[in-house]
Ligand binder design. Structure first.
Ligand code: HEM
Ligand code: HEM
Length: 490
């Protein structure tokens, strides 16, 4: 196990989740590109019968990328980072290793079942919580296994101090457990079908009306917080200092931002329900907390950018630093844009428009996907003990994907604000100036541009897949592990 002072880490689980990240990333993003083209050219919705319709494919995209791609990335990095910062190896405990293996196997089966059931049209119809009750039960089992593995590893650690990244992984575990349980309280319909034909899979929510909406958006917003934000911050706190060889700029700032984020995020979900039947004070609280949220969000991002102080030259030489720094910057962009959209008067224009998916994708592509890609690139030479296959391919991927993201969010900003302004335009008699179809016609070029941007991003993802595959199979073998900057081929 221990070779002198060095610990031999076990990367088998991290490698398995890396494979899942790439596989589900390809599926989820390919479906994303298809639905983006369908919005621009609606006749594409009719090519594969009911299975090819936008309504079936959209939840497949959102679940595929959030719970397939992103969660796999979170698990892959946890089983890598966890061992290293806790100074323990999975080889040391057969029990934890088998729990972690079961965690992977059940998780993989769950995502495959999710793909099949969503395509078949089974859905609870709550956004990001579409999976039906039998799958929800499986989610709970998987989450418990993740928790046992995580706290088991923490229990076996040799390093007393819990590094910042570990706090953020713990936050992800605890918060998702609470949110998922409450939002997915549902009653299977077969229990009270009284002999009437009823699908075994269907269920109805335990909440009704406004309460249902409140619980749903408390969950929905915090899925953003604890899937798309805290574990991704965990990644940047580990991988940016490691790859750049720099110390984290300020430990104090990291503590302040961590607790700030924990306290504020949970109150901000009301911004999804502005101008709805939710009590006015809750809407105002949601708006206010959203604006306050700029502080802890920017606290982490600025801490990361200042970590690069004096070392900005690395941007020219190391493409992984480009990914990491741009990810921080996109995090800053989406966490200033979100609070602006949460201001009531702005939300009156933004809500229901394409500006919202624009905001979503500058966050998920620029921040979440870039962080996962950079993290896996950093892990690859250490896990496979081989040099990264091609640096020039990483450079090309970076620029292609960056242009793709810019196409995506700029087109949606213009489309969204155009839509918002056209919907509310009225003439001197108080009649609406535009019909709905007028807005659809105006938006066509922007939808096309978004789809092209998505295609560029997906192409970059295929380059990433190829580079990872070549690294694992034929990158130059390394005789010792690199301390920081990842070694790369030409
Ligand atoms: C300070 C932080 C943030 C605030 C205050 C914020 C605020 C908002 C607001 C006001 C909306 C629109 C609600 C509506 O009118 O429908 C929204 C939607 C959304 N945001 Fe953010 N946002 C923040 C950060 C982020 C980040 C970093 C991401 C992803 C990485 C993200 C992902 C989303 C998603 C997925 C939705 C769409 C939810 C839906 O309607 O399905 N947000 N956000
Ligand atoms: C190739 C890249 C991608 C493309 C082309 C794409 C495209 C799309 C499209 C067309 C929609 C539907 C928008 C609508 O209903 O108006 C959507 C929704 C969404 N996508 Fe993506 N997507 C991509 C990657 C991702 C990734 C990597 C993530 C997360 C990690 C993600 C998360 C989401 C979310 C959360 C929504 C729901 C947004 C909302 O309700 O406002 N997407 N995407």
């Amino acid at each position: 196990m221990q070779n002198g002072a060095r610990i031999e880490y076990d990367y088998s689980i991290a490698k398995a989740f890396t494979f899942a990240t790439i596989l589900f990333g390809i599926i989820g993003m390919t479906v994303g590109v298809i639905i983006a083209f369908q919005l621009a050219f609606p006749s594409l919705s009719n090519l594969a019968g009911e299975y090819g319709t936008f309504s079936r494919l959209r939840p497949l995209h959102t679940n595929g990328v959030a719970f397939g791609f992103t969660l796999s990335g979170i698990f892959a990095t946890w089983y890598y980072v966890g061992q290293r910062v806790l100074k323990m190896s999975l080889k040391e405990s057969k029990f934890i290793k088998s729990i972690a293996t079961l965690h992977f196997v059940l998780y993989f089966i769950l995502i495959l079942l999710a793909v099949v059931t969503l395509l078949m049209g089974y859905t609870s119809s709550k956004e990001y919580a579409e999976l039906e009750w039998p799958l929800d039960v499986l989610v709970v089992v998987i989450w418990v296994l993740f928790g046992i593995a995580m706290f088991g590893m923490i229990g076996l650690r040799r390093e007393r101090t819990l590094y910042i990244s570990v706090w953020y992984y713990i936050a992800c575990f605890v918060a998702i457990a609470m949110l998922y349980l409450f939002n997915n309280m549902e009653v299977p319909t077969f229990l009270f079908a009284n002999g009437a034909p009823s699908s075994f899979m269907n269920s109805i929510s335990a909440y009704a009306g406004t309460n249902d909406a409140l619980v749903q958006w408390w969950y929905g917003h915090n899925a953003v917080a604890f899937v798309f934000t805290t574990p991704i911050i965990a990644m940047i706190y580990y991988f940016l200092p490691k790859e750049s060889g720099q110390n984290v700029y300020s430990y104090k700032l990291s503590i302040l931002s961590f607790w700030g984020l924990m306290f504020v995020y949970l109150w901000a979900g009301g911004h999804h329900l502005l101008y709805s039947t939710v009590p006015d004070w809750m809407q105002t609280m949601g708006s206010t907390m959203s604006v306050v949220l700029i502080l802890p969000s920017w606290g982490s991002a600025i801490n990361m950018l200042l970590t690069m102080k004096g070392e900005w030259g690395q941007l020219q030489t190391n493409p992984l630093i480009k990914f990491l720094v741009l990810a921080s910057t996109f995090y800053m962009l989406s966490t200033i844009e979100g609070p602006i959209q949460a201001i009531k008067s702005v939300n009156a224009i933004a809500h229901f428009t394409d500006w919202i998916p624009g905001h979503v994708h500058d966050g998920v592509l620029g921040w979440v996907a870039f962080m996962i890609i950079a993290s896996l690139f950093h892990m690859a030479p250490r896990m496979y003990k081989r040099e990264l296959y091609s640096k020039s391919l990483i450079e090309t991927q970076f620029w292609l994907q960056t242009v793709g993201i810019v196409f995506y969010f700029t087109s949606m900003w213009i489309a969204g604000i155009t839509q918002g302004m056209m919907w509310r335009a009225y003439d001197q008699y108080g009649s609406l100036v535009y019909s709905f179809i007028d807005t659809v016609e105006v938006l066509h070029p922007y939808y096309t541009l978004r789809a092209v941007g998505g295609l560029l991003f997906l192409t970059g993802f295929f380059m990433f897949t190829y580079n990872m595959y070549k690294t694992a199979t034929c990158g130059r073998v390394l005789d010792k592990e690199p301390a920081n900057a990842s070694p790369m081929g030409a």
